[in-house]
Design a protein around this ligand. Structure first.
Ligand SMILES: Cc1ncc(C[n+]2csc(CCOP(=O)(O)OP(=O)(O)O)c2C)c(N)n1
Length: 320
């Protein structure tokens, strides 16, 4: 598959925007400016970017506790995301949800989720709705290696398979479930192998290679859209930081960390773009600087926004 200059530069923009958002969130959290937990996606940008580049606005995603990258890649509004992290009334959840509850249904973002593995049945249900409504939409379900051990994973893949639902399950295998190394929590090397148990295609790809992710997702999305049912894609990647901000990640082998940092998906894509002569280093630096500026402006928006009013404490919390 030959990708155009516009596509690769678009990937670069999305990935550098996610990275800039995450590193800014790390800095703000350390400065005590963000009231809730943040689980950062730095290092895993190629997964959300490569997958979501295959989606249209009418398509849906379900996200996780590590969701900022998914939201940005699906077109989420960065100023509203940042305001939510700050707990401000202009945020996606009017400041009451924080990082793990951001949703934008108009953009097909069915929500981040603090419950590990909870997105899998939601994605399966959304895919059933798409099939019944015949709206031609596809659902992508992002989840981690840890979530691949939950009953929700097995039930969802089975149900999606027998009903041939238009859903793509994307396992983001960053090798860790908090401090639990993959080898210690599952006896298979490739999560993709689990697809065979449900009679659906399963493929493991280099999750730090945005082109490889894009190509695998293109096939799975096409399959889902044409009514041939679900697929499982495992993207092998690495989170650069601790499980959440504040976790020093002392359980990581420093040598392994160093080796993975050398496989950082962003410089890898930059090298590819330069090799193809699609852009110069200076042009890529400009894309990165623009991404940084967008994040700085989102921080200004958030900091200038009011906190929710105390009398609104119960609004949007309970349904009548
Ligand atoms: C049902 C449930 N069990 C446990 C937790 C606590 N918890 C939060 S994140 C996490 C690990 C998730 O690992 P993984 O699915 O690999 O995602 P990653 O954090 O690596 O992106 C756990 C166990 C939870 N939030 N929900």
């Amino acid at each position: 598959m030959k990708l155009s200059k516009e596509q690769l530069l678009g990937f670069y923009k999305t990935m550098t925007t996610i990275r800039a958002f995450e590193l800014k969130a790390a800095e703000l959290f350390a400065a005590g400016k963000l009231p809730g937990f943040v689980h950062l996606y730095a290092g895993e940008e190629a997964v959300a970017t490569g997958v979501c580049a295959n989606l249209e606005q009418k398509d849906y995603i379900t996200s996780t506790h590590r969701g900022h990258g998914h939201l940005i890649a699906k077109g989420g509004k960065i100023d509203l995301m940042m305001a939510e992290l700050f707990g401000r009334s202009t945020g996606y959840c009017k400041g009451k949800g924080g990082s793990m509850h951001i949703a934008d249904v108009d953009l097909g973002i069915l929500g981040a989720n603090g419950i590990v593995g909870a997105g899998q049945p939601i994605a399966t249900g959304a895919a059933l709705a798409c099939k019944l409504l015949k709206n031609g939409a596809v659902v992508v379900c992002f989840f981690g290696d840890g979530a691949s051990n939950r009953g929700t994973f097995h039930e969802s893949l089975n149900m999606a398979s027998i009903w041939k639902l238009p859903v793509v399950f994307v396992a983001e295998n960053n090798m860790w479930g908090i401090s639990n190394y993959q080898k210690n929590h599952m006896n298979v090397a490739d999560i993709a192998d689990r697809a065979a148990a449900y009679g659906i295609p399963g493929v493991a790809v280099d999750g730090n290679d945005v082109i490889a992710v894009y190509e695998a997702a293109a096939e799975a999305v096409k399959r889902a859209r044409s009514g041939d049912g679900p697929s499982l894609i495992e993207c092998k990647t690495w989170r650069h930081r601790g499980h959440f901000e504040g976790d020093p990640a002392i359980y990581k082998d420093p040598k392994e960390q160093e080796a993975w940092l050398k496989k950082d998906p962003i410089p890898r894509l930059a090298d590819k773009i330069i090799e193809l002569k699609y852009a110069t280093r200076a042009e890529l630096d400009k894309i990165e600087a623009d991404a940084q500026a967008e994040i700085e402006s989102a921080v200004k928006f958030a900091e200038a926004s009011p906190l929710p009013a105390p009398e609104d404490v119960f609004t949007d919390v309970y349904a009548e």
